[in-house]
Design a protein around this ligand. Structure first.
Ligand SMILES: NC(=O)c1ccc[n+]([C@@H]2O[C@H](COP(=O)([O-])OP(=O)(O)OC[C@H]3O[C@@H](n4cnc5c(N)ncnc54)[C@H](O)[C@@H]3O)[C@@H](O)[C@H]2O)c1
Length: 253
């Protein structure tokens, strides 16, 4: 098993790519902290039940699963919940996976569409990383940031999303340099078109246009990203840091 003895914090793990990463890491021997979206004051909006179902599957595999809920864009919540978590757990792996889209043409983009996407995808990933940096440094850990092909090639209607993901790539390279002396490796994955709730909402015409530019002529699965994350977090990638691994069927080379 490639991650025996490791403990991985995965943000936005209650579904989609995050869920696939949690299951793959558990299969490879890691204990997992399942982070899920929790609203500051309205428990109705929390995604805890999805996270609990995933935790049950991970426990059936013989691993320990912890739950941790917060809105990643809320600095106070991030700090308070991670401080609590660190009394019980010493993470060795962090996967910054939580992310959203709020697409609109630049001319029509509302301030809240711009601000929310940057706050969740980029600033939130930084808050979580900062809060977990000390334990990761203590144990020679590993960070993987889930960026996007859109952060590398841009896309009409996604100026906010592309900026957030390009920012995440810049953050990855800076942290890779900053943390290398502590033996913490920091890499990013840039997924292409992966079948999840995020892409299922796309209109058929947009899906077809995307398929036309994918040389492998098929969409990716969450497991394709999970396998890339597994490789980057394992000792097989011990000499890889500051890298952006494209997992996109050749869509952008
Ligand atoms: N699906 C794709 O084609 C694709 C392509 C490139 C990159 N990505 C990236 O992969 C990551 C996972 O996406 P997915 O496709 O699984 O989508 P998804 O919508 O299924 O998952 C996103 C996760 O982030 C969580 N999240 C969103 N806002 C949050 C907040 N404010 N606080 C805490 N958690 C929050 C959600 O609850 C969910 O668990 C995202 O960062 C996304 O940008 C996806």
């Amino acid at each position: 098993m490639l991650l025996q003895g490791k403990t991985a914090v995965i943000t936005g793990a209650s579904r989609g790519i995050g869920e696939a990463i949690a299951l793959t890491f558990a299969r490879e021997g890691a204990d997992v902290v399942i982070h899920y979206y929790a609203h500051k004051s309205d428990p109705e909006k929390n995604l805890r039940s999805e996270a609990e179902a995933l935790a049950a599957r991970i426990r059936e595999m013989g691993r320990t699963a912890y739950l941790c809920g917060f809105d990643i864009a809320d600095r106070e919540m991030v700090d308070a919940e991670l401080k609590k978590l660190l009394t019980a757990v010493t993470p060795t792996i962090l996967v910054n996976n939580a992310g959203i889209t709020a697409d609109n043409l630049a001319l029509r983009m509302k301030p809240e569409e711009w601000e929310r996407v940057i706050a969740v995808n980029l600033t939130g990933a930084f808050w979580v990383t900062q809060a977990l940096m000390r334990p990761l440094m203590k144990n020679g850990g590993c960070i993987v940031n889930i960026a996007s092909v859109i952060g590398q090639m841009g896309n009409i209607g996604q100026a906010n999303y592309a900026a957030s993901k390009a920012g995440l790539i810049g953050m990855t390279k800076s942290l890779a340099r900053e943390l290398a002396s502590k033996k913490v490796r920091v890499n990013a994955i840039a997924p292409g078109f992966i079948e999840t709730a995020m892409t299922q909402a796309m209109p058929e015409e947009a899906r077809k246009a995307l398929m036309d530019i994918i040389p492998l002529k098929e969409t990716g699965k969450p497991e394709d990203i999970a396998n890339a994350a597994l490789f980057l977090c394992s000792d097989m990638a011990r000499y890889i840091t500051g890298e952006v691994l494209k997992v996109n069927g050749g869509m952008y080379m």
